[in-house]
Design a protein around this ligand. Sequence first.
Ligand code: NZQ
Ligand code: ZN
Length: 390
Amino acid sequence: MQKFTFFNPTQIVFGKGQMQELDALVPKNARVLITYGGGSAKRSGVLDAVKKELMQSNRTVFEFGGIEANPKFPTLMKAVELARMEDVDFLLAVGGGSVMDGTKFIAIAIHAEQFMGKEEELLHFGFSTVPVENVVPLGTVVTLPATGSEMNNGGVISNGTDKLTIFHRDAFPVFSILDPELTYTLPKEQVGNGIVDSFVHVIEQYLTYPQNAPVQDRIAEGLLQTIIEVGPTTLANPTDYDSRESLVWSATLALNGLLSAGVVPDWTSHMIGHELTALHHIAHARSLAVLLPAVMRQRKDQKREKLLQYGERVWKICTGTEDERIELAIQKTEEFFHEVGFTTRLSDYGVSKSDIPAVLENLEKHNMTALSERGDISLDVSRAILEDSL
Ligand code: NZQ
Ligand code: ZN
């Protein structure tokens, strides 16, 4: 293992009816800005329930709706202006990854004095903490289990054809309310997105090379097995509480920092996937389902030991030559994605070979030229991965 520090201050408030804890979780007398997306929180009644809880104490409550999927910088800046004008001192995100990520950006930008008028620059720090001192505290009420944003300190913000990451040590939500019943209104395709996104989060921290990390490995394998088990069940029976609660908890644990403590991850599918979303508007999880199998095949030699371990422990593949076992493990992964309603072919999204150079240009622009756990996925290897996924 590598040396590591692990820090995660988010209070998780999990289970049926946990919304009733909101009044106790948000500071009394706070000036709260509730942020939400394109309307699902209104339609489902979650927004009203949130407001009712907040009104139990002497708070001033403002609302900002319309944060789009893959949240956009110009939209978020409108919320930043509102928050500055109204002297907001607490943010409450009600929604999925896009609303939570967007709210983290708002929290960082509100008092970013040295970036006033040039807030776009806040998006240029990649995986480093943005140099801003005063981040407004935020909480979340989660309506889509997928990204893990409810228990981490990162966000992904779109600006034109750029999809950029933002991190801050103080951008962890103070609390996150995870009531699985709030996710019952999700359309099947969004439940599928949650299943695949959380699955790939686990894989990208696990499927590298042996790093003497049996604890992280076994937590990862347990999460993968759970997602494989409950994914199809929760899709088939959306109101089956038992399977939905396991999906929700798996999604949170998949990206709260625990799995990558002490190990070198490989975010290749995510980094190339972000460019496909930015350029071709392919939903985040859908981009991962086409890329991951191609990454596994292209990197078969570099990932050989972990691919064999993954096949044996997750899919119970114990016979055949090494190459046969690896290929079967990749096929099982593809079959799982198909089972939850995903294609694993980029061409199904209308993307062809002639579109690949623009994806590579964007990767270069964003310094994604040495990806993987070994830093040896050059643009040429990314090209091969993209061609394989067509
Ligand atoms: O906008 P509304 O009307 O609310 O509808 C949303 C949206 O259209 C809808 N939805 C959410 N909860 C619902 C619901 N519809 C019915 N009932 C509910 N209970 O679902 C749609 C998608 O929502 P979105 O928040 O965009 O999805 P997701 O949670 O998958 O988030 C995706 C975003 O997160 C980023 C992605 O890049 C993408 O921008 N990621 C963030 C990460 C992080 N912060 O750690 C890591 C991830 O790898 C990912 O990159
Ligand atoms: Zn993801």
